[in-house]
Design a binder for this molecule. Structure first.
Ligand SMILES: *[C@@H]1O[C@H](CO)[C@@H](O)[C@H](O)[C@H]1NC(C)=O
Ligand SMILES: *[C@@H]1O[C@H](CO)[C@@H](O)[C@H](O)[C@H]1NC(C)=O
Ligand SMILES: *[C@@H]1O[C@H](CO)[C@@H](O)[C@H](O)[C@H]1NC(C)=O
Ligand SMILES: *[C@@H]1O[C@H](CO)[C@@H](O)[C@H](O)[C@H]1NC(C)=O
Ligand SMILES: *[C@@H]1O[C@H](CO)[C@@H](O)[C@H](O)[C@H]1NC(C)=O
Ligand SMILES: *[C@@H]1O[C@H](CO)[C@@H](O)[C@H](O)[C@H]1NC(C)=O
Ligand SMILES: *[C@@H]1O[C@H](CO)[C@@H](O)[C@H](O)[C@H]1NC(C)=O
Ligand SMILES: *[C@@H]1O[C@H](CO)[C@@H](O)[C@H](O)[C@H]1NC(C)=O
Ligand SMILES: *[C@@H]1O[C@H](CO)[C@@H](O)[C@H](O)[C@H]1NC(C)=O
Ligand SMILES: *[C@@H]1O[C@H](CO)[C@@H](O)[C@H](O)[C@H]1NC(C)=O
Length: 873
């Protein structure tokens, strides 16, 4: 029986011919009813939000609706055949669209709808392609299953879950393209999928499919051109050879999340009938015994994109992949165990190559200079974390369109070639950290005007901070730490729109320049471990976005002015930590230790409600510990606080490249470089090593270090209410009075150091309830009475925790409490041994991440006594 609509269509078709004839003198290209229909659609789409997504429709002179944006008509009938009504992604208000609006479009074949719900789609019987991506659908409208002419269906990016709706899908017997990515479908891949023998595209990535990938599935689906199974929960072993006879296959993607799926590409031996264009097999257990590169690649000559990152592949770096696949655009071999040689055929050029990532391998030797003639259009090059040595070839400056270059963590030496920073004029991101480079990095001729992130840290660069940096007027992240830069901090540094400035561990001297004050978007400022002196400029009052401030281990002196007025090198009579710090209301980490700040701890410190690490140790602070300190933690639990600064440098992807299928699945979308978040680093130094803690680990840290000052008076009871604190060091002051009983509330505390004060009275017995305590010392005070019971954590503390209190008795001290005899002189404190033993002891009892955070704190706590120990020697 003939479908009534078909008859109707034919009638319209005939009618259409007549009308076209009639209208042939006018300029009307499209059908009046369809134009009216489009105008109604436009109104509907302007919708409740008033966003005029299709504002151009009907607006101008153009009456022919076939020429309107997003409308495609059939050439012969002039009827609308394709509509794509996608919204910009910020449009998320849900409202429902009256599907009868589509009824005027009798011949609509392709309908692509962006963000919104489409309730019923019945009667669109000619529809061949339906794109319902990102519509917030929680279930599939059952009317879809009646659209039996559908050849392509996309339901990606919705909230769909449960098992695959096979029963409905099976009605779509003509289906060639199925995109269900980015939902929450679950269960095993059903055998029923074998019925879709005309399927060309199967996109199932980012779901929760589990179980093995059936090896009898693909031999049946002979038409497949595109398979993506990435980011699911598959397990078992997938035999890649089961794809051998899929002669049309062009794209294969399987990015695992290292959940336990093994992929075997070698056994049993097979020969592919396909020539892939895109091959991504990343972070699965690839050939986990032999660790060989998939050998079928020897027969592939049309590859454009290869991603074999995170696979533990060993052997020599397969540069023949580049030679064999002359149109290669993208090669990512990061995080394997590949070795050299990195040889490049001098004669071959690969014009299409834009990304070359061989980072985190074991490649040594010099970087071959022909890399720039072989890949003249390279945009992203990541050679970091290898064993490269020798100089950076000046020919890299020939890479005219390079925007991202990462050579960090190698052994490159010599100078940074001038040609690199004059030739690569489009560099956005340059990272040379942790090499052995020397000299002046950016000459005044430097022409990297688009540079946004520059990392030169941990090299041997020297001289003044190079003025050439100023040519990169859009610089947001600058890290020059751990070099030999000397001289003054230049005044012009404030002209750069910096988010993050790290100048620590150099030999910079003099005051912070007044020009610095022009920079007002700083989130991280690290000037620590230089010889900077003078006052900290008052303009820091306005740095309201600051999250991390490190000024420790300099020679800064007070008063640090509250006003914009006085900036002076002249010796000052009064020294104060100024009130200005309370304007840093977002401050999370305040490291001011090892300067010469004097005067009392200002009460404004207590206004820094978000702070979780305070280091004011090794200054000349006097007066009492302010009891308001407990306010800091009252509002915010550092465990719940996201500490990582959100300053991020995102490198835009190179123009991504679309697989030519009708759904226009962008097959390189996940290959884009992931957002690299700028992560805060906190470094603590021990006698012989420095350790760095980055990013999230800071979430687990909270501590106050006021050690090595001249603080007097009692320890305020209120400190005992800092219930989230993990480390507290008040040692090496002149504190008097008892240890507050309230300290038994410090439930999270792991390290408590009250040594080298003049505390008296008894040790509160309730302290034994502190179950996380692993470092505890009250040595060298005037405490009396009994040592706490040796149970729980207290069973682990030896006499070093108590020594130097002549009136204290009980185990582990040698003095029994009933007698008054003198004990033998205490052994010398040996912190050098202690900090290692504590570390070991701690590591063995707690889970690792936590342990590292903890060790960091221990390290600060022990720095100070060591420091003094040094001085006393
Ligand atoms: C319709 O016409 C345009 C231009 O005249 C042409 O590019 C296009 O291929 C035609 N489409 C069909 C389906 O014939
Ligand atoms: C869809 O078509 C059926 C007949 O096939 C008809 O009864 C129904 O009214 C149509 N729906 C709309 C909304 O026009
Ligand atoms: C697949 O096709 C077979 C035979 O054509 C049929 O028996 C089976 O029910 C189909 N599977 C599904 C899930 O529809
Ligand atoms: C591919 O086809 C060959 C020849 O027909 C056959 O021997 C082989 O088993 C097939 N391989 C797969 C994986 O289906
Ligand atoms: C490197 O690859 C291994 C798997 O081979 C993975 O477990 C690890 O997380 C990867 N490392 C990085 C930094 O991605
Ligand atoms: C591809 O590379 C392999 C390994 O070097 C080589 O044996 C083969 O001849 C190359 N094929 C072509 C067409 O260059
Ligand atoms: C480069 O090409 C020239 C001439 O075409 C040839 O003589 C030379 O051997 C080639 N060099 C390499 C390294 O292939
Ligand atoms: C380069 O690779 C390393 C390790 O694979 C990675 O951590 C780093 O973020 C990459 N660099 C860039 C600029 O993406
Ligand atoms: C700097 O780069 C620009 C392109 O961004 C170029 O036009 C200009 O000639 C370069 N200047 C020098 C001195 O190299
Ligand atoms: C800063 O100085 C101004 C003017 O001298 C004064 O009014 C203000 O109270 C000061 N602020 C702080 C926090 O000391």
């Amino acid at each position: 029986m003939e479908h009534p609509l078909t008859k109707c269509t034919r009638m319209f078709f005939l009618l259409g011919m007549v009308m076209i004839e009639l209208q042939s003198y006018g300029s009307l290209g499209c059908w009046e009813d369809e134009r009216a229909g489009l105008m109604k659609l436009k109104d509907a789409f302007d919708g409740p939000t008033g966003s005029s997504a299709l504002s151009s429709w009907g607006g101008g002179e153009e009456r022919d609706c076939c020429k309107w944006e997003s409308v495609v008509c059939d050439n012969a009938t002039k009827r609308v055949s394709q509509l794509s009504l996608s919204y910009p992604s910020d449009f998320r208000n849900r409202w429902s669209l009256d599907t009868s609006l589509f009824l005027p479009f009798q011949e609509l074949q392709i309908l692509s709808l962006g963000y919104d719900t489409l309730a019923e789609l019945t009667n669109l019987t000619n529809l061949e392609m339906l794109h319902l991506g990102d519509n917030g659908l929680m279930e599939i409208p059952s009317s879809i299953w009646d659209l039996t002419s559908l050849k392509a269906l996309s339901l990606s990016g919705n909230g769909l879950n449960g098992l695959l709706p096979l029963r409905g899908l099976c009605k779509l017997v003509n289906l060639q393209e199925l995109d269900l990515s980015d939902n929450s479908f679950e269960g095993k891949l059903p055998a029923g999928l074998m019925n879709f023998t005309s399927l060309r595209l199967l996109e199932l990535s980012k779901n929760k499919f589990e179980g093995a990938i059936p090896s009898n599935l693909f031999p049946v689906l002979k038409s497949l051109e595109y398979i993506s199974l990435s980011h699911n929960l598959f397990e078992g072993t997938f035999s890649f050879g089961s794809l051998a006879n899929n002669s049309k296959l062009e794209v294969f993607e399987l990015v695992c999340d290292n959940n336990g799926l093994k992929v075997d590409t070698e056994n049993p031996p097979w020969t592919p009938l396909f020539q892939l264009k895109v091959f991504r097999l990343s972070n699965c257990k690839l050939n986990d015994k032999s660790r060989v590169l998939p050998s079928f690649l020897l027969n592939q000559f049309e590859l454009r994109e290869i991603d074999l990152s995170h696979n533990s592949i060993s052997g020599m770096i397969p540069m023949w992949l580049v030679a064999n696949n002359t149109r290669l655009e993208f090669l990512n071999l990061a995080n394997n165990s590949l070795t050299d040689p990195l040889t490049l055929d001098l004669n071959s050029t690969h014009l299409d190559m834009f990304l070359f990532d061989i980072s985190s391998n074991h490649i040594q030797g010099e970087l071959p200079s022909p890399i720039s003639s072989a890949f003249p259009n390279l945009m992203t090059s990541n050679l970091s974390s290898n064993l490269f040595q020798g100089s950076i070839p000046p020919s890299l400056g020939e890479l005219r369109v390079l925007d991202t270059l990462d050579l960090s963590n190698n052994n490159f030496s010599g100078q940074l070639p001038e040609h690199l920073v004059t030739g690569c004029a489009y560099l956005i991101y340059l990272k040379l950290s942790n090499n052995c480079l020397q000299g002046q990095p950016l000459p005044s001729k430097s022409n990297v005007t688009y540079l946004s992130s520059l990392f030169l840290d941990s090299n041997s660069f020297s001289g003044e901070i190079p003025r050439g940096i100023l040519n990169s007027s859009g610089l947001r992240t600058l890290d020059l730490s751990d070099n030999w830069f000397s001289g003054k901090v230049p005044d012009w540094i404030g002209d750069l729109p910096l988010d993050s400035l790290t100048l620590s561990k150099n030999a910079l001297e003099g005051p912070i320049p007044s020009g610095f004050c022009k920079s007002n978007g700083l989130r991280l400022l690290d000037l620590s471990e230089n010889n900077l002196s003078g006052v900290v400029p008052s303009c820091l009052n306005n740095v309201s976005y600051l999250r991390f401030l490190h000024l420790q281990r300099n020679e800064f002196r007070g008063p640090l002015p509250n006003l914009t007025s006085l900036i002076s090198d002249s010796p000052l009579v009064t020294f104060d930590i100024p009130g200005w710090i309370n304007s840093f209301s977002n401050l999370r980490v305040l490291l001011l230790g090892g300067n010469s700040f004097e005067g009392p701890i200002p009460l404004q410190l207590c206004d820094l409600r978000k702070i979780s690490i305070i280091d004011l140790s090794r200054n000349e602070l006097s007066g009492q510990i302010p009891s308001c300190l407990h306010d800091i933690y009252a509002l915010e639990d550092p465990f719940r606080t996201q500490m990582s600064a959100s300053v991020s440098a995102w490198f835009g992807p190179p123009d991504s490249y679309s697989y030519e299928n009708q759904l226009d699945v962008d097959y390189s979308r996940d290959l884009r470089m992931s957002e690299t978040n700028f992560k805060e680093e906190v470094e603590f130094i021990t006698k012989s090593r420095s350790e760095t803690y980055k990013g999230n680990i800071l979430n687990f840290m909270s501590g106050i270090d006021l050690s090595c000052n001249k603080l007097t008076g009692p320890v305020p009871d209120e400190i005992g209410y800092l219930s989230d604190i993990h480390a507290l060091n008040l040692s090496h002051n002149h504190l008097t009075g008892p240890i507050p009983e309230s300290f038994s509330n410090l439930r999270q505390i792991e390290s408590l150091d009250l040594s080298h004060n003049s505390l008296s009275g008894e040790i509160p017995l309730q302290l034994v309830e502190l179950n996380y305590l692993s470092v505890f010392t009250v040595a060298y005070n005037n405490l009396s009475g009994r040592t706490p019971e040796r149970k729980a954590q207290f069973a682990t503390f030896d006499e070093h925790s108590y020594e130097g209190n002549s009136l204290l008795c009980g185990v582990p001290l040698g003095r029994r409490c009933t007698t008054t005899e003198e004990m033998s002189p205490p052994p010398q404190p040996s912190y050098a041994i202690q900090d290692d033993t504590f570390k070991v002891a701690f590591l063995s009892t707690f889970w690792p991440t936590y342990a590292v955070a903890f060790v960091a704190i221990i390290v600060i706590l022990y720095y100070c006594p060591y420091h003094e120990y040094l001085i006393s020697m």
